[in-house]
Each structure stands twice: as C-alpha cells, then as structure tokens.
Design a protein around this ligand. Structure first.
Ligand SMILES: [Zn+2]
Length: 347
C-alpha cells in the first residue's frame, strides 16, 4: 500500500451556475483544503483516495447521476435541515469518491455561504473519504452487507454515521484554523465553526428534540391504532433516529472544538424537553462519550478499535430508545430477516 502518494483531485463545474470568479475561489479553496487533509491522511498511514468534486447547478440530479446503484430520487431535505453536499462512493473499498456540491450556496451572496462557511463545508466533505477509506482498510466492514436492513444493521450503520460526522466536523475545524487565516485575506475570521454558528446549532437541536415528543411516540401509536402500516411506521422511526443522532453529533462536535465547554443535552433549554427526559438523557451520553474518545484523526491501526467501541455503544443506545418507543425485535442476522413487536410507547 502506497500511503505517501496523493491521487489527483479533479473538480468539475456543471451547468452555468457559477461565475468565473466563484469557480476560481472554489477551486483554490478545495485545492488548499485537499493539500492539508492529504498530508494528514498520509501521516496516519491511510491509503490514498481518488476524489472528484462536482459542483452542480442541479444538485439532486447530479447526486442521482453519480450513485453506483440507483437509490431512487434524491431528497436533500433532512429532519434537521437541508443537505448541501454529498459523498458518493464509487467502489466497495472507498478508493474512488465523487463529492457533489450544490452550487447554490456558492453562487450568490444572498442566502449563500460566506468564505468561512464555504471552506468549512469543503473541509468537512473532504474529510469523509479519508474516514471511509480508513474504515474499509481497517477491516471492520468485512462481512457487513449493504444497504443495512435489519434493526441491528441499521443501528450499527447510524452509529458509524455519527462517528464519521463527529470526526469530519472536528477535522473541519482543525483545517479551518490552518487555512482560513491564509485564505480569507486581511479579513478577520472566526477561529472555529462554533464562533459563527454555535447558537444556530443549539437552536436546531432544541427544535428537533422538541418536535420528537409527541411526534415519535405518536407515530408508533398511530400504527397501534391501525392508521398506519408497520413498514411506514418503522421507516419513520429509523429516519428520525438517524436525524436525532446526526443533529446532536454535529452540534457536539463543533461545540467540542470551541474554546470553552458547552452544555447541549444538559443545557437548560434542552434537558427538560420531554423527549430528552424520557428517551435521551441516560441513553445518549455513553454513545457520545465513545464517539468523543480517542484521537480525532485516528491512524489506520487505531481505527478498528474506535469503530468497534462506538458501534457497540450506538447499537445499545438505539435499541434502548426503540424499546422505550415500544419496539422490540426478533432478528435472524444470518438470514437477514426480522419481526417487529409493538407495545405502548412511554410518554
Ligand atoms: Zn458529513
């Protein structure tokens, strides 16, 4: 395995979405971020990755066009906001990745990113392929089938997603500190993401967690009263479970890179929310601690152990949350089949 040799970064602009000036800025920022990250990758003995960036005027269409297998129409809306960029694996080993960026935030100042946000988004997205490559190379995915289907597979996959989002956000802040002052000439820039966006991250978590009660127990109850089929109910529970882990982890990751300790789950605005009191207060912290532990930029040798600890803690957390929602499962992991038993959710 050759670790020191960087594979090329290619950048493609699709449509007439960006002016020449904006294209030049994006290109310069992406190359700078890639250089910093590729040094880190090589230093951690993680094999190189071929990365292609596509900045697309039609974001959803470009995402769909770069999926290996058609996953149906792509929807950028998430329970906690809108996706502006997406990593798309091009093989089973994480060797080739296409990252599609929505051109809109880069194209105009109104509602668009400032340079700091733009750099942060690029850094976050470019961190993902390194983590994914490390995971494949570490061997922890040997025997793992995609896409996830059984509750156990789904729980482990959501847990891994949280781990990667946490690391990608942390790496993003580390990279920002290195490149922002160089790139945003003369202008004073915030040191880390939290300085600029901390408040909105906390507000986002607060809004999401407030909505989950009564919404999530209601979804299960709706099924129990025969007003929803079991597949739709389970799909909704999975979607919201993924959303709550990801939203919280993003906030936690950037908060952890700020100068002072920040309470989120324990904050006055959030800790008394019914969903937090009943479902998250005691279930989430062990997972979050597992995610926070260990080096932010793990070497290939360390990766498997971190992944295992996080996945175990995350599966435990999600099964407990699902249990409180009234859901228990009989699973045959070899046959990849499962049944759902539904009882009354706690309120
Ligand atoms: Zn991400």
């Amino acid at each position: 395995v050759v670790c020191g040799t960087a594979k090329p970064l290619t950048i493609t602009f699709e449509g007439n979405a960006l002016s020449d000036g904006h294209r030049a800025t994006f290109t310069a920022d992406a190359i700078e971020v890639f250089r910093v990250l590729d040094r880190i990758r090589a230093d951690r003995s993680i094999p190189p990755i071929e990365v292609q960036l596509v900045v697309a005027g039609s974001f959803a269409a470009a995402v769909q066009a770069n999926q290996r297998q058609s996953e149906g129409p792509f929807d950028a809306e998430r329970p906690f906001g809108k996706v502006a960029a997406k990593n798309l694996a091009q093989d089973d080993r994480g060797e080739r990745v296409v990252i599609v960026f929505d051109a809109v935030p880069w194209s105009s100042d109104e509602g668009g990113y400032d340079r700091f946000q733009a750099l942060g988004t690029i850094a976050h997205e470019l961190a993902h392929p390194i983590l994914e490559r490390a995971r494949h190379s570490s061997g922890v995915l040997d025997g793992v089938t995609f896409p996830s289907f059984t509750p156990g597979e789904i729980a482990r996959s959501i847990s891994r997603e949280g781990l990667d989002e946490y690391r990608a956000d942390a790496i993003c802040d580390i990279v920002l500190a290195q490149v922002a002052s160089k790139t945003v000439d003369g202008a004073s820039v915030p040191a880390v993401t939290w300085d600029a966006a901390g408040e909105s991250y906390v507000r986002g978590v607060q809004e999401l967690f407030s909505r989950l009660h009564p919404n999530l127990p209601d979804v299960v109850q709706t099924y129990r009263e025969w007003r929803m089929d079991i597949e739709s109910m389970w799909r909704e529970v999975v979607r919201e479970s993924e959303g709550l882990v990801t939203a919280y982890i993003h906030a936690r990751a950037h908060a952890d890179q700020s100068d002072a300790p920040v309470a989120i789950l324990d904050s006055i605005e959030i800790r008394e929310l019914p969903f937090v009191r009943l479902y998250l207060k005691d279930t989430m912290p062990p997972y979050v601690e597992a995610v926070r532990e260990g080096p932010l930029l793990p070497s290939l040798a360390e990766f498997a152990a971190i992944d295992r600890t996080v996945v175990d803690a995350g599966e435990k957390m999600l099964r407990e949350i699902w249990g409180r929602l009234g859901l228990s499962f009989t699973e045959d992991s070899a046959a990849r089949t499962f049944g759902i038993h539904v009882a009354e959710p706690i309120r």
